[in-house]
Ligand binder design. Sequence first.
Ligand SMILES: [Zn+2]
Length: 375
Amino acid sequence: MRTKYTANMEIKKLNRSNIYLLLLENQGLSRQEIVLKLGLSLPTVTQNIEELIAEGLVAESGFIGNTGGRRARSYSAVLNARVAIGLDVTKHHITCAAVDLSGNIIEYIRIRQKFERTDNYYKILGSLVNDIIEKIKIPPSRVLGVGIGVPGLVTADNNRIFYGEILNFDGATSAEFGRHIPYPVSLHNDANAAGFAEIWSHDFLANSFYLMLSNNIGGSVLINGQIYSGENLRSGEIGHLKIVPNGKQCYCGQKGCFDAYCAATVLSNYTEGNLDKFFEKLRAKDPQTEKLWDEYLDFLAQAVSSINTLFDSTVILGGYVGEYIEEYLDDLKSRAAKLHPFDKGSAYLQACKYKKQAIAAGAALSYIDEFIASV
Ligand SMILES: [Zn+2]
C-alpha cells in the first residue's frame, strides 16, 4: 500500500490522500474498513469520502457484510474520473494508449506509419489522440494530457529532444509534436517510459533496471519508484556498454556496443524483419536460428549479469525481445549465473508484464502519477 508519510504535508491533506490511495488499490471498502486500515476516526473518513464523491473521484459501489447484520455501504475510486493518453513513436509504427487512474490500458491503437518530421505526421498523431478519446467516450475535460515516448534523450522539463540520432530529430519539441493535439503534451525517453510502466504494474516495485530489447536497446534506472536520470539525463544507456573490444560497429560511432549484439534487429534481420517469424523458426529448431539465438543469449547474459553486479536490483527484460523471453528465461538465468561473481540463482531476472504498449502506457502514466499525488 502506498500510504504517504510526508512529514510536512498538512494532516488534513494527508488523510484525504491516504483514503484516496487506499480506494484506488482496493475497490469496494466500507467506511468502517477504511477507519480500521488507516487508523482514522469515522467522522474524518465520512467527511473525506463525501468530498471525494462531490469531486467525482469516488462513488458508492454497493453493499458489503452478511445478511444477519446491518449491511454497510461500500465505496470505490472512479477509475476513469481522469485518463491520460500515451503515444509511442518509432521509426515505422505509432502506438496510442488510453490509461485510467489504476494504470490499466483501457484502449489502444497501433498503426504502421513511417516517422517523418512533417506537419502531416503531427496531424496523424493529433487524429490518433482524438480517435482514442472518442472511442473511450470520456469528455475532453477529464483528459489529463498526452505523454509521447520517443527513441531519444529528452530534457528534464520533458519539452525537447537533445539526442535524437535514431529518428534524426534532434531539437524537436513537445510544441512541435503537439501542434495538432489539444491537450498538454510532454516528451519521454522510450526506455524510461516503459520502465516506469513496469514498476507500476509490478505492485510498485521500488528498485529495478529496465532493459528494453527493441530495434535499439534502451535502459532505465528506477530507484525508490522514480527514474534516476543522471547528471546529464542519459543514465541507463546500456546499449552503449562495450561488450566486445573493437567489435561490431554501433550507430553511436563506437565499436562493440551491446546494442550491436542484442538489438532485436540482430535476430529479425534473419527473418526479413519479422521477429515473430524468428521465434517460430527457433521453436521449429532451425539450426541457423538456434545458433544466432545461442550467441544472442550469451551476450545478453553478459549484460544482465553486469547490470545486476552494478545495481543489485531486479532486471526487467522488456522491448520487442522481452515479449518472447519468458520461455527462455531459465536458459538465460543459468548463463547469467555462470558469469556473476556472487549470485548463482539469477532470481533478479524478470520478464516484462506490458508487451507492445509499455512505452505508450508509461508516457501516459506520468500524468496519472502526478494527478494521484495531487489529490
Ligand atoms: Zn553504441
